[in-house]
Design a protein around this ligand. Structure first.
Ligand SMILES: Cc1cc2nc3c(=O)[nH]c(=O)nc-3n(C[C@H](O)[C@H](O)[C@H](O)COP(=O)(O)OP(=O)(O)OC[C@H]3O[C@@H](n4cnc5c(N)ncnc54)[C@H](O)[C@@H]3O)c2cc1C
Length: 479
């Protein structure tokens, strides 16, 4: 089996890349479970679009401010300029964007944005709507239940992938491979991510001595309802705060103003740390107060959040919703250049949340990530179209390592506890040292390949966190 392009992942980045590859190319998209089990599907708030050409400099400035200037300015320029093209394409393809009664596009405001520039679809259903739209228009072959367990790499070239399917393990060959496998949510006890998101490809990169960059930069979303029984915790979108949701303590005090004059609209790392710090110091629980909304108003603007929260027995807007920060998004990832090419590789690309092209710097501005998947998905496609690389006829042995072993599940839960408690919102040298020790011990035990890949990534996150002694962006040292 040989393809022109294999795309690993069927979220926004993988699907938009596929959308821009012509039908005369033989393209195969592979994803781990059902196609909708990805972070894209669960995205709520929307997609940032520069509000006209004049807004590009301000969008760039807001993103640099959120990212503590660690951003790559060239990547950021591509992102912001590319947003206008993306909007035109989405409109041309009849993607359903929320509009007012005069048919004007509705732009929402979120934390860290100076102006309203977030488009949304079906209220808080943007991710689901976008994913459904891209799947509906997909012109290439997609295999579900296909887990990549290795890449076939030799001398700066990738020759294909080793994949576990329901029929067994096989190698599939290609001239180009695009990694669009999402972030690292599965490493943490509390997170908002789809269950398929477990950093396998990040681990494979490390095994092949390829660089992961800025891995200490992990974003914790401030407003997550973590009391549900499911592994994926229910996010309460930034847009809820943008539209009037207030964060209060048990005595109804809006304590965020003690930390930042923007209160609920400060960037999410500031809000996360403020909630964490305030609740620890004052032994308080934080709540989302929705009393500025009517029930109907909330239900029509945030139908999915309404449905989820009421399914847990909460009454909206009467009940205050207990909230906590939870792991949400990885700014760090597989190091690429602004052409989406993996550093030191000729025909391997990485796009979307798995990649680090420097767009987000030390912290991501809200709603910039769906946009990143769209813009860099298209950039990767265009570079592949222009490339003439052919990998010829090569055959690699199958990777025969045992994927899962007895006891892996227990160790996975220990890993998640360690990462949440010691590599979370506030970090110390001693906490990171002990986390590293724990991971190293687990790496020496009898474990399956998939757990090994997670542990390698956890180790890399901790090592990079230890190397950065000062606080910056989402990386917060309290010692
Ligand atoms: C609850 C929630 C709300 C969010 N809201 C917003 C928002 O409003 N706006 C915004 O801009 N961003 C938002 N984000 C972030 C954004 O959704 C993600 O960053 C973005 O969707 C990532 O897209 P992606 O294509 O890179 O990866 P994903 O959409 O996560 O897709 C990853 C794909 O890779 C596949 N995969 C993973 N590992 C393997 C493997 N080993 N083998 C084969 N396939 C594999 C998965 O099956 C999946 O198909 C939100 C995230 C969450 C979790």
């Amino acid at each position: 089996m040989k393809y022109d392009v294999i795309i690993i992942g069927a979220g926004v980045a993988g699907l938009y890349c596929a959308r821009h590859l012509p039908q005369n190319l033989k393209v195969l998209i592979l994803c781990k479970a059902q196609p909708w089990e990805c972070n894209t599907f669960y995205a709520q708030g929307g997609i940032t679009i520069a509000n006209g050409k004049d807004d590009i400099p301000l969008h760039i400035k807001d993103t640099l401010d959120a990212g503590s200037n660690l951003n790559n300015k060239n990547a950021l320029k591509l992102l912001s300029e590319g947003s206008l093209e993306v909007l035109d394409e989405l409109i041309k393809e009849d993607f359903n964007i929320d509009r007012d009664s005069n048919n004007n596009i509705l732009f929402a405001k979120e934390g860290g944005h100076s102006i309203s520039r977030i488009i949304h679809s079906n209220g808080d259903g943007t991710g689901r709507m976008l994913h459904t739209h891209l799947i509906k228009n997909l012109k290439h072959t997609l295999w579900k239940n296909a887990t990549i367990i290795d890449l076939l790499i030799e001398d700066k070239k990738v020759y294909g992938v080793c994949v576990r399917t329901l029929k067994g393990i096989l190698n599939i060959y290609a001239n180009n491979v695009v990694i669009a496998s999402g972030g690292v949510g599965g490493l943490f006890k509390y997170h908002t991510n789809a269950y398929t998101i477990s950093s396998d490809l990040h681990g494979i990169m490390l095994e092949h001595n390829l660089e992961l960059r800025d891995m200490e930069m992990l974003q914790f979303h401030p407003t997550v309802y973590v009391e549900s029984p499911h592994a994926r915790k229910q996010l309460i979108s930034e847009a809820v705060r943008g539209d009037g949701g207030m964060i209060v303590d048990g005595n109804n005090k809006r304590f965020l103003f003690d930390y930042d004059k923007r209160g609920e609209l400060a960037p999410r790392d500031i809000v996360s740390r403020a909630i964490f710090d305030y609740c620890m110091k004052n032994k308080q629980q934080a709540y989302m107060d929705l009393s500025n909304f009517s029930e109907d108003g909330f239900k029509s603007r945030f139908p999915n959040i309404y449905r989820q929260l009421t399914s847990y027995g909460l009454r909206i807007p009467q009940d205050r919703i207990p909230i906590s920060p939870a792991f949400h998004y990885s700014m760090g990832g597989i190091a690429t250049d602004v052409d989406a090419r993996v550093i030191n590789m000729e025909n391997l690309y990485a796009i979307g949340e798995c990649a680090n092209n420097g767009t987000h710097g030390a912290n991501r501005l809200a709603s910039n990530s769906l946009l990143e998947g769209l813009v860099f998905g298209k950039i990767a496609a265009n570079n592949i179209i222009d490339s003439t690389i052919s990998t010829g006829e090569r055959h690699f042995p199958l990777n025969n390592e045992i994927l899962e072993k007895d006891g892996d599940e227990r160790l996975k839960n220990i890993l998640r506890e360690i990462m949440w408690n010691k590599v979370g919102i506030a970090r110390t040298q001693s906490g990171l040292d002990s986390a590293l020790g724990g991971i190293e011990v687990m790496l020496l035990s009898e474990i399956g390949r998939l757990l090994k890949l997670r542990l390698l990534v956890a180790k890399q996150i901790i090592t990079q966190a230890l190397n950065r002694k000062e606080s910056l962006g989402a990386h917060y040292r309290i010692d």
